[in-house]
Design a protein around this ligand. Structure first.
Ligand code: SAM
Length: 178
């Protein structure tokens, strides 16, 4: 199981980025995103997308992100520009997460030092400052080695038909199949 934890959500200011962390986690192969309490609007938007475009994908809210970090049984990866380059640790992370859950932590504002300390891997997608959405996308794509792009979706009520030009969306039947 791959879970993404979004730390440090500032209600209002971070709404859009938190939503995009969740949508990116969903689209690129994670099973679940955990948001902090002020992010119920983002949760609703992500749930709505999952209802329409399929899953499985779960959104949880937590009052105690630190407790999740302290008690998580599995591997914790913290994405940070100060960490080790993703290309040097991806293989090891892929190996250790074959048999146990992975918690991928991304921040918003300054991330407290204890997160660096409790992470099994502090991982950088370049050592340049950029965005939690971009960092998460590249990390998940590296982790899955591109296979997340072929994923099948279940329970969708619609499906996009890829087109060279224009937009085509077709309904699926109630079981989520065409
Ligand atoms: N300045 C903050 C700090 O020092 O903790 C980080 C702010 S940054 C806008 C928000 C989040 O984006 C970070 O917590 C991290 O998860 C992610 N991020 C930004 N640049 C990154 C990079 N080069 N590699 C991996 N993650 C990155």
């Amino acid at each position: 199981e791959i879970i993404v934890l979004r730390l440090g959500h500032r209600p209002g200011r971070d709404n859009r980025m938190t939503t995009h962390v969740g949508l990116t986690a969903r689209a690129l192969g994670a099973d679940r995103v955990v948001l902090t309490n002020g992010a119920s609007g983002s949760r609703d938007t992500i749930d709505d997308i999952t209802e329409r475009f399929g899953g499985p994908f779960t959104v949880d809210l937590t009052e105690e992100p630190n407790r999740l970090l302290q008690t998580f049984e599995g591997t914790i990866v913290h994405l940070t520009m100060y960490g080790l380059p993703v290309q040097t640790v991806e293989e090891e992370i892929r190996t250790v997460t074959q048999n146990e859950p992975l918690l991928v932590v991304v921040g918003a504002e300054k991330v407290p030092f204890d997160v660096y300390a409790c992470a099994d891997f502090n991982v950088a997608v370049t050592n340049q400052p950029h965005s939690e959405v971009a960092g998460l996308a590249v990390f998940l794509d590296r982790l899955f080695d591109g296979s997340e792009l072929e994923r099948e979706w279940t329970g969708a009520d619609r499906r996009v038909v890829p087109k060279e030009t224009g937009k085509k969306v077709v309904p699926t039947d109630p079981a989520g199949e065409e």
